[in-house]
Design a protein around this ligand. Structure first.
Ligand code: NDP
Length: 352
């Protein structure tokens, strides 16, 4: 638990306490100054939290390591744009203080995105202070830990599934491809789609994880090398729908092999941000490419996604794809996730 200590005594302080006592807590702090870009786990005070008018303070229980957290921790891409900043694009925890009538102390809440962990201090810390508008109640049936085992990657997987469903991709429509299948978005997408009755084909570079992916419900596992090199404008029609977390040639080839009238939900760039495809699948097969953004998604869509996750995700499969680590472990995991070496979801218990 965070400890309470008096503020540091400075020479101009009066003997009567001029400041309320500070609560000290641990956070994974990103700094950038003359000494360079660095990330480290530190003990910080309440004064490190942003001032938020009408804000809510949360005792964080769990956060996670998403691909974007890896970029923030390593500094490989400029996702952090304010320094110093507590990392972590998502969290689940308990409200400790609220200036907003929608939330009261003791409420279980979760947060994804909104620039948290990028321009606003985030969830890889024992405390966070955020806008009330950014918070959702943790859906009934999910614990704080399960909410973050899903985390931003899992919620994004659900946004992809919703896009395919709204397009009309239904169980029985045909094979649904999931790329980056052994990663966070991919593994939750496999579990979700299988649970919903789809025939899921999982594409992975880690074919040794075929057993893991079949355990999540994939009926077939293919080597990602089938999709990751430059391909033809059109290929054999294979997929009724696609969830792609990889981008680049993989996304182009997925589009080129999507069946007439099918749909692709693109959310990621693990292979690359480029899209070296052609218009052929769009104008000759009438396929649709849906762009999926989780960060600024409107509240109604988030609420729908989280309600569906609570209803449709098999919690035993969620448990099977989840590993737990500490704040110090999260620091080390930043480079690991970028290297594609994190399997499934990595949940962070920020209090150990
Ligand atoms: P992970 O690292 O957990 O998963 C990414 C997976 O992609 C890896 O596990 C690997 O799967 C595959 N992969 C990695 N490198 C390559 C490569 N060079 N070529 C082909 N495949 C590769 O990350 P997340 O699941 O957290 O995120 C996945 C992507 O989705 C990221 O790009 C992330 O930025 C994006 N994202 C976007 C969101 C949005 O709002 N649009 C929200 C959340 C994530 P395997 O080993 O199975 O091949």
């Amino acid at each position: 638990m965070p400890e309470i200590v008096p503020p540091p005594c400075v020479s101009h302080c009066r003997p009567v306490l001029a400041h309320p006592p500070q609560t000290m807590f641990r956070a994974l702090v990103i700094e950038k100054d003359d000494a360079g870009y660095r990330a480290g786990v530190k003990t910080v005070g309440d004064d490190s939290l942003p001032a938020v008018e009408g804000g809510v303070t949360v005792d964080v229980a769990y956060s996670t390591v998403n691909y974007k957290d890896g970029l923030a921790i390593t500094g490989k891409s400029p996702v952090v744009r304010k320094f110093p900043l507590h990392a972590g694009i998502d969290f689940a925890g308990t409200v400790s203080d609220s200036s907003d009538p929608r939330f009261k102390p003791g409420d279980a809440v979760l947060l994804n995105g909104w620039g948290v962990g990028e321009t606003h201090s985030g969830g890889l810390a024992q405390k966070a202070r955020v806008k009330a508008d950014w918070l959702l109640p943790v859906p009934q049936g999910l614990s704080l830990r399960q909410a973050m085992a899903i985390g931003t990657a899992g919620y994004t997987a659900m946004l992809c599934v919703l896009a395919l469903e709204k397009h009309g991709v239904a169980p029985g429509s045909g094979d649904v491809l999931v790329t980056g299948a052994a990663g966070g978005v991919g593994s939750v997408a496999v579990a979700l789609l299988a649970q919903l009755g789809h025939r899921v084909v999982a594409s992975t570079g880690r074919v040794a994880e075929a057993g893991f992916l079949k355990g999540l419900g994939a009926v077939e596992v293919i080597d990602r090398a089938e999709l990751s090199s430059p391909g033809k404008p059109l290929g054999k029609e294979r997929w009724a729908g696609v969830v792609d977390s990889v981008g680049s040639h993989t996304l182009a080839n997925a589009c080129a092999t999507t069946r007439y009238g099918g749909a692709v939900a693109a959310c990621g760039l693990a292979q690359g941000m480029d899209f070296p495809g052609s218009v052929a699948p769009f104008i000759l097969r009438g396929i649709t490419l849906y762009g999926i953004d989780s960060v600024m998604a409107p509240m109604a869509r988030r609420a729908e996604a989280w309600a569906r996750l609570a209803r449709d995700l098999d919690l035993a499969r969620l448990d099977a794809l989840t590993t737990e680590t500490t704040l110090d472990g999260a620091l080390a995991a930043g480079a690991e996730i970028l290297a594609g070496r994190v399997r499934g979801r990595l949940v962070v218990d920020v209090n150990r």
